[in-house]
Design a protein around this ligand. Structure first.
Ligand code: F6R
Length: 358
């Protein structure tokens, strides 16, 4: 059942080239994105996008709002539990996108209902056909990752992000009337994403890194579209290893968390291809305190790699796609650290795959 793997989580991590192929299948044409239910013009009435989600899906939402904002579409991401009780201003021109693997997360469903009550248009991005989120939203877009058994979300995060790349293309074009700079480049890279992920899996140094840097406290930092990856990596790490892990934007280090940094705090730095100089200064800040730095970066970022103590290299591609590749490396780090500690990887204590209570 586990296809020869010790855990579903590892099987699902390794499956990502295939699940991503399924996500993208038939959705990229020569020069444009083609989404069954969203032909060009589907979103011309939208003025603002609000993502609502929890946990890993929230991190995918953060990636989505970053992508849209860069493309000129006003977008924000909200934790569904907060949104449901303290919603931001919402009107008929607001598109509320619920990102939810299961489509059954109570907090996310509640946020969707609040959005509807305020007259927003709603879209569910989900893995489950016929789920409550899909049924209760005006539209649904499937991520098509296939069933995920491990409680820790892995392949579904990658497929959520890939789906967001597709839908962002349509949204940016419809809302701003213009295509993003380098649009064709990004589409071309997206088409090759499954094979980049395969290369990343085949050449990963994650098992050795997990072994060497296991500690009582781990930091994950990044900037821009590396922030969702830093947050997601920390969540995954704490969830299955039960060891302390924190993720945050690199610029925040000096505003507090730096006080925790010692020689026993491995710092994983997610470098997606931009922000190199800002990340270098964060690296120096922690190295001065003796902390080992593990860069997760494309080989081309040689300044970062030269400064770091260790590197998990990812294949070089469009900077918008590097977050997925970096995240795969950090999924493997979390997995191998948890395996070393002999944790209940597929069913971590206190957690459920689908959280149906508020
Ligand atoms: C973490 C994890 C959870 C879920 C969250 C939302 O590995 O799986 O944080 O992401 O409970 O679940 P969905 O996406 O089903 O709404």
């Amino acid at each position: 059942e586990k296809g020869g793997y010790d855990h579903y989580m590892l099987k699902e991590i390794q499956e990502q080239p295939t699940s991503l192929r399924q996500t993208l299948e038939g959705r990229i044409r020569e020069e444009s994105v083609s989404l069954e239910s969203f032909p060009p013009g589907s979103f011309t009435d939208v003025s603002t996008v609000q993502f609502v989600a929890c946990g890993t899906s929230y991190h995918a939402g953060l990636y989505g709002s970053h992508l849209l904002s860069e493309g000129g579409v006003p977008a924000t991401t909200h934790l569904a539990s907060e949104y449901a009780v303290y919603p931001p201003p919402i009107d008929e021109d607001t598109l509320v996108i619920a990102v939810t693997q299961s489509g059954e997360t109570a907090d996310t469903l509640e946020a969707l209902r609040v959005a509807k009550e305020h007259g927003a248009r709603t879209l569910a991005i989900t893995n489950v056909v016929g789920s409550t989120a899909a049924r209760e939203s005006d539209d649904a877009l499937l991520i098509r990752a296939g069933p995920e058994i491990g409680v820790a979300a892995t392949k579904t995060f990658s497929s959520q992000v890939a789906t967001l790349l597709l839908v962002a293309n349509r949204l940016i074009e419809d809302v701003t009337g213009e295509l993003l700079d380098g649009h064709l480049d990004r589409l071309e890279s997206l088409r090759s994403l499954p094979s980049f992920v395969q290369t990343g899996l085949d050449t990963s140094q994650a098992p050795a890194v997990a072994d060497q840097y296991l500690s009582d406290g781990h930091f994950f930092i990044g900037r821009g579209n590396g922030v969702p990856v830093a947050l997601e990596a920390a969540l995954k790490f704490k969830e299955i290893t039960y060891e302390h892990a924190e993720g945050f934007p690199a610029g925040e280090l000096k505003h507090g968390p730096l006080a925790l940094v010692t020689a026993d705090t491995p710092v994983f730095v997610v470098c997606t291809g931009r922000d190199a100089s800002k990340l270098e200064s964060a690296i120096r800040e922690v190295q001065t305190r003796g902390a080992p730095v593990i860069a997760v970066a494309p080989r081309s970022m040689s300044d970062i790699i030269d400064t770091a103590d260790e590197t998990l290299t990812v294949p070089a591609t469009h900077p918008d796609l590097v977050p997925i590749l970096a995240n795969v490396q950090l999924q493997l780090v979390a997995y191998h650290a948890a395996a070393k500690l002999d944790r209940a990887i597929d069913k971590p204590r206190n957690l459920a795959k689908s959280v149906t209570v508020e």
